[in-house]
Design a protein around this ligand. Sequence first.
Ligand SMILES: [Zn+2]
Length: 320
Amino acid sequence: MILPEGFLQVDVDGLWAVRRCYGRPENDSFESDPCWIEGIERLARTFESVGTPAGFFIVGRDLELKSKRERLRGLIRSGFEIGNHSYTHTIGLTRKPSGFILDELERTDRALRGVKADPVGFRAPGYDVDARVLRCVRRLGYKYDASLLPTHLGPALRLADAWMARRWDPTKRQFGRMAYGRAPRGPYFPRRYKIRKEASTHEPKDLLEIPVGVTPGLRLPLTAATLLPMGKAEIRELLDKLAANELPVLLLLHAIDGVDCREPIVFDNRISKLGGFSMSGRRKEKRLRFIVEEFAKRFNVMKAGKFAKHAVRQRDDSHR
Ligand SMILES: [Zn+2]
C-alpha cells in the first residue's frame, strides 16, 4: 500500500514570542527560554525515538544568542530540516509594508545560513500569509511556503485566542482569511495574486504551498492544541480519516509543546487549560510520541523541503 506523504514540523517560537503573542511582557524569557532548551530537546527526542524526519522553523532573532545558535547547530547535525519563521515573529505580517516583510525573511535567511542551515521553506507567524508574503518567499529562492491554514474558522480561532489571552488586540492578524477555507487541503502551486487558488497552466510553478493540516469536518488546525486534549481512540480515528483522503498532511507542533507548563510561564499567575497548556512535560512527551507514532503508521513521513524540491523539478521537466 502506498501511504500519502506526511510532514512533521515544529515552529520554534521562543517563550518570549509566545508571551508577546498573548500580550505579555518578555521579562527574561528571551535569554532564559525553556522552549529552546526543554521544548526542542523533548521534540527532537520524540522524532528520533520514532525514527521520523522532521523540520524546525526558526525565528531569526533567537540566533542573536550564542547558546541558541549552538542548539540549532545540534539540530542540523542531527539531520533535521530547518525553515524560516520570520525575524521578529510579528503576528500580522500582511498588514506591514513589503519592505518590512522582505527584511523579516532576509535577515532570518542570513542568520540561518550563518550557521550553515540551508532553508528552502517559510512559515508566517500566526498563519498570516498573502500574495505579497509569497512574493518575498520567492525572492529568496525558496521552494515552499507552509503558512496557509485552509479553514473558514479564522475569526472563531482569533476569538478563542483573545479569550485565552483575556484581551483583544485588533492589530493582530492570525489564522488567515475566511476565503482560505476554500483553498486546497493538499500541496499545490498557488496563483500569484490569488494564493488560495491553484495556478493556471501558463503561470510559473516555482513555489509550492503546503497548507497546514486541518481536521476533517471542523477544520481545526492540526496542532498540539487540537490533538493533546483528545483521547487515543479519537486521535487514531482522526488520522485514519485524514489518511483516507490520500492527500499529503502537515502536522504542526510548537516548541512549547515540549515544555512543562504546570507553572504559569505564559499567562503569569494563571494557567490556561486550553490546548494542553497545563500539562506536565512528561505527559506531553508521552502523548506526542503516541501522536507521532500513529502519524508515521499512516503517512510516509518525509522532509517537506525534499518533497517541494521534487515537485518543482517535476513541473520544470514536464514543461520542457
Ligand atoms: Zn510561530
